[in-house]
Design a protein around this ligand. Sequence first.
Ligand SMILES: [Zn+2]
Length: 226
Amino acid sequence: MKKLLTIAVIATLVLCLFWIGNLYPKKSAIAPVTNQLENADVANLVEKNAGSQETDNVDIFQPPLDRAGERVSKKPFEIFITPQNSPIQPEKFRGYHTGADFEIFPEESDADVSVRAVCPGRLKAKEYVNGYGGVAVESCELNGQPITAVYGHLKLASIRLVVGSDLKSGDIIGVLGTAYSAETSGERKHLHLGFHKGTSMNILGYVQSQSELSGWIDPCLYVCYD
Ligand SMILES: [Zn+2]
């Protein structure tokens, strides 16, 4: 009986020690890890805030059309097009493509396809230009640098905004022009989107040298997701 009692007391003591052990050492072991996490979080926050206060505004860019990534299937940025090699036949253009072409899906051929502003900015121009049909040009800022966004092959009459209007990302600019009509200057129904560096207006769809092409930025770096 005495032996049993001793075992019971020892067992109780062991359990107590185990319980106390659970309470104290763990807390002190966890604390430094938590501090490390907190410090890392603070560092991240500081980094993020510094980024947003300075120049990184690419998060406010948006695709001009839904499923934008799937649409750039024929003429991506900087492809060198000739009448012989072009995925579009017949082809009248030659040179490095300064923008990205967003194709329509079959069910959109007879529907109004709205084109949305890819960035917050100001409508700089809307006009009829040979080779495009309707064109809209928007002044924006990308990573703290001025750019102009060129939207080509729009139905000019559908661009209701007056020049000088302020735009938010996602605001409707107009609809795509009807295929092979004056609205698209005889081209298929699609959107040509170009990002030109600087504030000056340049709506060239093709350029003849790499050095001229360096004045342009691939829009798909920023707006070709779905
Ligand atoms: Zn194009």
